[in-house]
Write a protein that binds this ligand. Structure first.
Ligand SMILES: [Zn+2]
Length: 164
């Protein structure tokens, strides 16, 4: 049966020749994401479809070439974050590695997880995570407090606490 919709399915304008070659991907989004997208599109004076397309293109151009090795990416980002944190603390990258630090990522990860240092007297012997100094019973040292239950005890000796 002939109708007006024959040439323009579902009442849409026929797409331009090059646009019609593009593929359509449909996705369900929550209502508030939809309104966010609509607002953002309005602000940029583009259609929601165009906005999403731009976002997707930006995202995949950015990660082009490293998507295949996401573990390397994570490692890279972690290393950069650590460098930034070190810079923020006023450390220089040329600072020689202390024995404890030669272990590498773990020590630094443990240090990052510490929320605060508590001035305590050692009972169970431990080791300064920064310089590797042995901490024996009765000695004054600093115990890292953390909100994470999986983090093992982290200690700093008297000297290292003053370089924080
Ligand atoms: Zn120390």
């Amino acid at each position: 049966m002939p109708s007006k919709t024959d040439k323009a399915p579902r009442g849409r304008k026929p797409a331009a020749e090059d646009e019609r070659k593009d593929r359509v991907i449909q996705t369900r989004v929550p209502k508030d994401l939809e309104s966010t997208l609509k607002e953002a599109a309005e602000q940029k004076r583009m259609t929601v479809s165009h906005l999403i397309r731009n976002v997707l293109e930006d995202t995949f151009n950015l990660v082009d070439g490293i998507v295949a090795d996401s573990s390397a990416l994570v490692e890279h980002v972690t290393r950069d974050a650590r460098k930034l944190a070190a810079t923020a603390r006023g450390e220089t990258p040329s600072k020689p590695l202390t024995p404890a630090k030669q272990g590498g990522a773990l020590a630094s990860q443990l240090l990052d997880s510490v929320d605060a240092w508590q001035d305590v007297i050692v009972n169970k012997p431990g080791q300064c995570i920064e310089c590797g100094k042995d901490l024996s019973r009765g000695e004054r040292a600093f115990r890292g407090l953390t909100s994470s239950a999986e983090i093992p005890a982290v200690w700093l000796c008297n000297n290292c606490i003053s370089t924080l």
